[in-house]
Design a protein around this ligand. Structure first.
Ligand SMILES: Nc1ncnc2c1ncn2[C@@H]1O[C@H](COP(=O)(O)OP(=O)(O)O)[C@@H](O)[C@H]1O
Ligand SMILES: [Mg+2]
Length: 318
């Protein structure tokens, strides 16, 4: 899809979802969730969030993210069962409603991003993990590590939390904590394996889990560029050796733009994002989809909300 088609889609992006008959509505940063008895209708909007603020919309972002999450859930369902029941529209997932754990399971293969920023400031100790001194930016860990965080309310920041605190605050039982760490590591290993075959490094990611009865499910989204960091594999060594930034396929692009161009790291009023930057990000999301899955994506321009309604009606959800 060329840049002018992406520009044209700027006025059709899905900012708000208005389908009140679908169920009880909850608007998250990126998804609009409708709760029915034992299932959720998750509509992925085109909203872009960074540093826990919604900043703008990006053409086709919701569709690309939902398609990528669906791709990854399908590829990993033999490793950990997931919440997907149906995908009636490219932006919509019908999911099993689970009792979510109030923790985000962040798995990291490399010292980068916010952890690297914390490590330099010396504020990386909150996870209760031993970090040797003298590590370098983007250095690979001997084994992937888990740096969990709390799930914050809108406008607040997710806070790092240690295993000891998760257990003492009862956010997970010792048995569930063991299952969560095992599931997160297994999913990450599967993701890294596939990413390698595509010439990519899955650098780090965030999982959410929930339960139905005693059964554990991975929920929300997995291995999308919003929840994960990807680098181009064959450039890793040379860039690491020279101390250069990695070539990345992910949301760190916009985080760095915000820090560099607007001096914004989540505090104060979020800046306005110019249309050129929105279109450029759309291209990045599309490229990420095609690099990760190895398939081309034909996007249909037009009114996303109208198409969702049509598809939900046809599938009997409306
Ligand atoms: N299967 C599920 N069961 C229960 N909750 C879920 C499930 N899948 C996703 N969620 C929750 O729905 C919300 C999705 O919307 P999102 O925009 O990601 O919200 P947030 O701003 O909280 O990240 C999240 O709070 C996520 O934890
Ligand atoms: Mg979320």
């Amino acid at each position: 899809m060329n840049t002018s088609a992406l520009h044209a889609q700027l006025s059709h992006t899905l900012r708000q979802v208005n389908l009140p008959t679908l169920g009880t509505h909850y608007q998250g940063k990126v998804r609009d969730t409708y709760r029915q008895k034992d299932r959720l209708i998750l509509v992925t909007s085109d909203r872009l969030s960074a540093f826990d603020h919604v900043l703008t919309t990006i053409p086709f972002k919701g569709e690309i993210l939902n398609r990528l999450a669906t791709f990854w859930f399908e590829r990993t369902k033999h490793v950990v069962p997931n919440h997907i029941l149906d995908v009636p529209d490219p932006n919509v997932t019908v999911a099993r409603a689970c009792e979510p754990f109030a923790i985000e399971m962040v798995v990291r293969g490399y010292l980068t991003g916010s952890l690297w920023r914390d490590y330099q400031k010396g504020t990386h100790t909150a996870y209760g993990l031993p970090f040797p001194a003298g590590l370098r930016k983007d250095e690979v860990f001997p084994e992937p590590i888990i740096t969990p965080s709390t799930k914050a309310q809108y406008g607040q920041h997710d806070e790092p939390i240690s295993e000891a605190e998760i257990l003492s605050r009862g956010l997970a039982s010792p048995r569930d904590w063991a299952r969560l760490t095992e599931a997160a590591k297994a999913l990450f290993a599967e993701g890294q394996k596939w990413a390698r075959t595509r010439g990519l490094i899955l650098v780090d990611t965030k999982y959410e889990f929930g339960k139905v009865g005693d059964d554990l499910y991975v929920i929300d989204e997995i291995h999308t560029p919003d929840s994960s960091r990807y680098w181009v594999a064959d450039e890793y060594e040379a860039r690491f050796t020279k101390g250069e930034d990695q070539r990345m396929l992910d949301k760190e692009n916009i985080r760095q733009w915000l820090i560099r161009e607007r001096n914004f790291q989540g505090h104060g009023t979020p800046p306005v994002i110019p249309d050129e930057v929105r279109v450029d990000l759309a291209t990045k999301y599309l490229t990420a989809y095609e690099r990760i899955t190895g398939t081309e994506l034909k996007l249909e321009p037009g009114d996303v909300h109208a198409r969702i309604e049509k598809n939900l009606r046809a599938a009997g959800y409306l």
